[in-house]
Design a protein. Sequence first.
Length: 509
Amino acid sequence: MLTSLDTSVLFLALPHISADLDPSGTQQLWIIDIYALMIAGFLVTMGTLGDRIGRRLLLLIGASLFAVASVAAAYSSSAEMLIGTRALLGIAGATLMPSTLGLIRNMFQDPAQRAVAIAAWMSTFMLGIAIGPLAGGALLDSFWWGSVFLLGVPVMVVLLLTGPFLLPEFRSDEAGRVDLGSVLLSLLTTMPIFYGIKELAADGPEPLTLGALVVGVVFGVLFVMRQNRLASPLLDLSPFRNRTFSSALTVMLIGSAVMGGITLSISQFLQLVEGMSPMRAGLWLLPAAVSVIVSGMASVGLAQKLGAGNVICGGLLFTVTGGLMLSQVDGSSGVGYVITCFSLVYFGIGPMSALTTDIVVGSAPVEKAGSAASTSETSTQLGVALGVAGLGSIGSVVYRNDVEGSIPSNAVESVASAANDSLAGAVTAASQLSGDAGAVLLEGARSAFVSGMGAVGLTIGGLVAAMVVLTATMLRKGPSGGDQATGSAAEGSEARDATAEPVPSGESV
């Protein structure tokens, strides 16, 4: 929950950071996005490393780094320093996620029990994203913006003190060495592609942007070629030949993008359009947090009766409805309407998150649980980062087109640029204008932001409708849920699990 909470905890703190550190619009996006991006970039590496050195050991190492980086982020004195410390937090988070999910895969041998455990695990992940703004809001009402980073420090200290006694250790003697060339290629793939997507939406098809996308794709091809040649690849590509496995990852990617993008939009709407305090805005986000937990946990039992694919499809129809309703939002819609749309989107994503994770992780043998967990989490984390960048950029494009007419013609260049960059910039710019010009600019900027949020809702409706078709086609297997849906890979896994004995702490799998 803490690692996912750090993805969204800054949504409400961003205006305070902007006022203190004065980051540019691009730096604002990097402050939010770099954390999830670094997690996505290092997850595969850390999953393989955990299989080799021990998942509990990697978890404790990551907890130490997470605590140190959190303190450094809290006391950052510049936008560049904050981006750097957020990157370190992402690397630390990449050690925590596959370790915890890999341990669950080992500890729960019964498929039905494992499905419940993974649903609970995934619910806390989704809850972390949902309550991040609430936790941030509660702290921002009483403390400075850096306090939002200190939330996880005492928890990590408790983990370091109790983990060696309460958590079992699992490692695999069959795990290969970590190939540093593959690690480098994976980063050279994700970073340029992510940068290119952000800049393409912000500034259009400029040479540097297109070059970054091409570089990322080229290194991605080289990464795949290297994995196919290695005896012990960093990422085993063979499961991707299973269409159910690949489809589950695709659905996870798109669903996570939807969740990350809409959470950012709604959080900014509550604080910057409705003028709520951070704490009050966080409280308005609670219904969505509750809805995703309820639907995620309920989906496990329903999947046993109806089939995982059918349950996921049913849930996603709620998300389509919420997105299309949000596309109709205007200045008179009211907070209740917007939160209803938001809650419907979250409710529909709950079954998808829980069941696709079980499909992916349940298909792996116990000795490769860390690697499978990292694959699952790579899809989820990269999806969140792309959602914040992609859906956020769509909203920004609409905002800039609509706000232009509200900017006074005699405004100085710095004020006009800030107002055109983002709603947060417009709020700051409006305070610098005299007379009625500030009020006119603020009203126009808020109306433009609502229009952008409607465009985000329409995009969500279209994306998730495509997900429904994909799920109905590729994940429609029988009533036992994720394991049966993965076909032969899962059957092999279950055969191994049927004869497996729990491994005492300190012994190898």
